[in-house]
Design a protein around this ligand. Structure first.
Ligand SMILES: Nc1ncnc2c1ncn2[C@@H]1O[C@H](COP(=O)(O)OP(=O)(O)OP(=O)(O)O)[C@@H](O)[C@H]1O
Length: 251
């Protein structure tokens, strides 16, 4: 079994005294696609933000690549954050920069590479996500699916061993979404990148998830973990069954 690269231990999140989830523990192994799922408001994005150190835990901790996210500071923190890439739901591209310039941004901020080398890295990353021909286009000139791909290329600019994707399928039609799923799987297999993906799209979960964790608003925590295909067949938890059955019937 691959080594674990992320450990989440007894994590709790709350805002203004309101608990969103507590007692959340799991680990993510090197090279796997780990999916965080759950209904609206269950705390998926909140968990992701705790994992990358944007929020402070009200209890418990997150350890990434051997370092406690909430405890490292200064240059050690910057070094740790360099080793994780994040793609936000919207793709969050800079509208005034073309795709190549967008992918070059993290390289400008975090590397000493000369301009020509930065361009070359950006070219390679855009090629990797199938956007080799669109490097000079502006975000306004591309489709939603292309924007997601560009967001992934930018998140990969510094070759992070771990990539976090926040709702990659949101706003995409099923065919584009399936194409994005294939890309994520390909990157995990070929580059050995570990993915943590937040989504509630069942088709995606079944297509790409090696393992998943399901959060629940009422339970304020985790109600299932494991292989999503097995959960679909075997879970006896009513909410887990309802989630997997609802959309399984649409397949
Ligand atoms: N910064 C914040 N301040 C206060 N409350 C917050 C904050 N971020 C999230 N919440 C609350 O935490 C709960 C979980 O929100 P979160 O966005 O993590 O859910 P989610 O599962 O990602 O939902 P969705 O699928 O709708 O995006 C919600 O009730 C939300 O209002």
């Amino acid at each position: 079994m691959a080594e674990s690269v992320i450990q989440v231990e007894d994590l709790a999140a709350s805002f203004g005294g309101r608990t969103i989830f507590e007692h959340v523990s799991f680990e993510v192994r090197r090279g796997e696609i780990f999916v965080i799922l759950g209904g609206s408001g269950s705390g998926k994005s909140t968990l992701l933000k705790h994992m990358i150190g944007l929020y402070r835990a009200s209890a418990g901790k997150v350890v990434i690549l051997g370092q406690e996210v909430g405890a490292v500071e200064g240059s050690a923190r910057r070094a740790l954050l360099r080793r994780i890439g994040v793609m936000w739901q919207s793709g969050a591209l800079f509208g005034s920069l073309d795709l190549m310039e967008n992918v070059m941004v993290p390289l400008e901020e975090h590397s000493d590479l000369p301009e020509e080398a930065r361009r070359e890295v950006a070219r390679v990353k855009l090629g990797l996500v199938g956007l080799g021909d669109a490097a000079r286009r502006l975000p306004a000139e591309i489709s939603g699916g292309m924007a997601k791909r560009a967001g992934i290329a930018r998140a990969m600019a510094l070759d992070p061993p771990i990539l976090f994707l926040d709702e990659p399928s949101a706003g995409l039609d099923p065919i584009t979404s399936a194409g994005l799923d294939r890309l994520i799987k390909q990157l995990a297999r070929e580059m050995g990148t570990t993915f943590v993906v937040v989504t509630h799209e069942l088709q995606s979960i079944l297509a790409i998830g090696d393992r998943c964790l399901m959060l629940d608003k009422t339970a304020k925590g985790v109600i299932a973990t494991g292989d999503p295909r097995k959960l679909r067949e075997e879970s006896t938890h009513p909410t887990v069954r309802a989630f997997f059955r609802r959309e399984a019937m649409e397949e």
